[in-house]
Design a protein around this ligand. Structure first.
Ligand code: 7JO
Ligand code: MG
Length: 206
């Protein structure tokens, strides 16, 4: 995938990096990026929220990191957590090829360990937008952890990938029934396939 980016994408041009990865995943080898179809929904939410602070859980190879960072205002900050060092190493190079290193802080480690340290380590008060795309059984515990750490403010947006496939039933049950959130489901398909999947967008009501 990285070779395809370096061969087919223009340095400093995030859209060409996104296009090169999508082309590779459609023509050569499936990979678990959010993909082009759900990626458009992600883009519209990022544009609507226009966040100053973003947290991404599960960087993988940096595809959604590049999509998000390319839409952020100049002073905005995106912190992305990835605990697999091999994926993190690839993601760093993908983000660099897109020329987005200044907007992105890739942190290697587990979300459960790093969420409690966001304030002290990165001077983050609250996140305007959180993109959940890591282990599907971590969405709920990490959301509760973010609440407990005071990282969500009235109006913070949670956007969760894969709520249908592979599925995050406990997260959906919680977030759709909690009086502290207002949720909306965006029906789509699993990246590069015809299988149903979707994104769940939830506003924290405080
Ligand atoms: C979980 C992965 C994404 C990445 O998340 C990192 N990660 C994990 N837990 C943590 C943590 N606690 N902290 C930090 N990073 C963390 C990991 O190392 C992966 O690189 N994503 C998926 O598994 C995923 C899978 C599918 C999928 C769908 C149908 C199939 F038949 C097969 C696979 C689709 C998707 O769209 C995904 O997103
Ligand atoms: Mg995903």
């Amino acid at each position: 995938m990285l070779a395809a980016v370096q061969k087919n994408a223009t340095r400093g041009d995030p859209r060409s990096v996104v296009k090169a990865i999508d082309q590779f995943c459609r023509q050569k080898e499936w990979a678990m990026n959010v993909g082009d179809e759900k990626g458009c929904i992600l883009d519209s939410v990022v544009t609507e929220v226009n966040p100053a602070t973003v947290l991404e859980l599960g960087t993988y190879c940096g595809y959604s990191t590049v999509r998000i960072a390319s839409l952020l205002p100049s002073n905005a900050k995106l912190i992305t957590l990835e605990f697999n060092p091999d994926y993190a190493a690839i993601a760093r190079q993908v983000i660099a090829w897109a020329g987005l290193e200044d907007k992105v802080q890739l942190v290697e480690g587990a979300s459960g360990d790093w969420i409690p340290k966001m304030k002290e380590k990165f001077g983050i008060e609250t996140f305007d937008l959180v993109f959940l795309d890591h282990w599907k059984d971590r969405y709920l515990p990490d959301t509760k952890l973010m609440e407990e750490c005071g990282l969500l403010r009235k109006g913070s947006i949670l956007l969760a990938d894969n709520v249908i496939c592979p599925g995050t039933p406990d997260y959906l049950e919680y977030i759709r029934n909690s009086p502290r959130y207002k949720s909306q489901y965006f029906k789509s398909h699993l990246e590069y396939t015809k299988v149903e999947d979707g994104l769940e967008k939830s506003v924290f009501l405080g």
